[in-house]
Write a protein that binds this ligand. Structure first.
Ligand code: GDP
Ligand code: ADP
Ligand code: 5GP
Length: 206
């Protein structure tokens, strides 16, 4: 599918810092918005329906799948997650840039639908640090953390299919790297041609 807006897909093992980085990026960049996914996971302490996720019961999620409401969906750590057409289609068609914070299975499905999507993988600096971050975040019980640490091994092995890899050791450095990827996408010829058409026309390039 072709749209005037850019599509950025950020994936990472749980605890690598994906949500913190995307949140910081959005605060710096008013042309970017994040897609709110649907999930069957229960909300964590501070999470609100419609802010972090649309929290839905599994039967409702399943009927959305059957109606074809999702661009992609996947089972992750035992719960279902999906990006609805509604969440991103209109914004991309209006020319807005959208970021998806989704798992690698969803990222690879999105790349098939939107060949121009930019896939970014966030790596933790080490396994020890990943575990420390999950523990420090304090949102998940010991069993859930173990499942997430085990799944992390398979997830990081998928980084090779992504366009960019950012190592989130020093937060500010990783944020700068993420901003750079977004910025360079916007400097591509086709994007500049579309967004700066007056300059291109004045230079007889259209
Ligand atoms: P956290 O991101 O690890 O803190 O935990 P979550 O429970 O919020 O997310 C678990 C996993 O599901 C992460 O890998 C998310 O990127 C992924 N996820 C969230 N939303 C979606 C979605 O819409 N589609 C897919 N495929 N994965 C998603
Ligand atoms: P994810 O969305 O990938 O599961 P979070 O953004 O929730 O990860 O980050 C997991 C934890 O690690 C949070 O407590 C966050 O504050 C912390 N964190 C994120 N990036 C860094 C970093 N560069 N150094 C230290 N702690 C970090
Ligand atoms: P290509 O024509 O080589 O596939 O794409 C050239 C550049 O334009 C690539 O960097 C790609 O990311 C971007 N691009 C291609 N199609 C689209 C589109 O429909 N929307 C947006 N936003 N960018 C696109």
């Amino acid at each position: 599918m072709e749209t005037p807006g850019n599509l950025f897909v950020v994936a990472a093992p749980s605890g690598a810092g994906k949500s913190s980085l995307v949140k910081a990026l959005l605060e710096l960049d008013s042309h970017l918005s994040v897609s709110i996914s649907h999930t069957t996971r229960k909300p964590r302490g501070q999470e609100q329906n419609g802010r972090e996720y649309w929290f839905v019961p599994e039967p409702e999620f399943r009927s959305m799948i059957e109606r074809g409401d999702f661009f992609e969906w996947a089972q992750v750590h035992g719960n279902l997650y999906g990006t609805s057409r509604k969440a991103i289609e209109e914004r991309l068609m209006r020319g807005e840039d959208v970021v998806l914070e989704i798992d690698y299975q969803g990222a690879l499905q999105i790349k098939k639908l939107f060949a121009y999507a930019v896939l970014i993988f966030i790596l933790p600096p080490s396994w020890d640090e990943l575990r420390q971050r999950l523990l420090r975040r304090g949102e998940d019980g010991a069993e859930v953390i173990e499942v997430r640490m085990q799944n992390a091994r398979d997830e990081v092995a998928q980084a090779r299919h992504f366009d960019y890899v950012i190592i989130n050791q020093l937060f500010e450095t990783a944020l700068f790297d993420l901003k750079t990827v977004v910025h360079s996408q916007r400097l591509k010829y086709v994007t500049q041609c579309r967004n700066r058409s007056q300059v291109f026309a004045a230079l007889d390039l259209l």
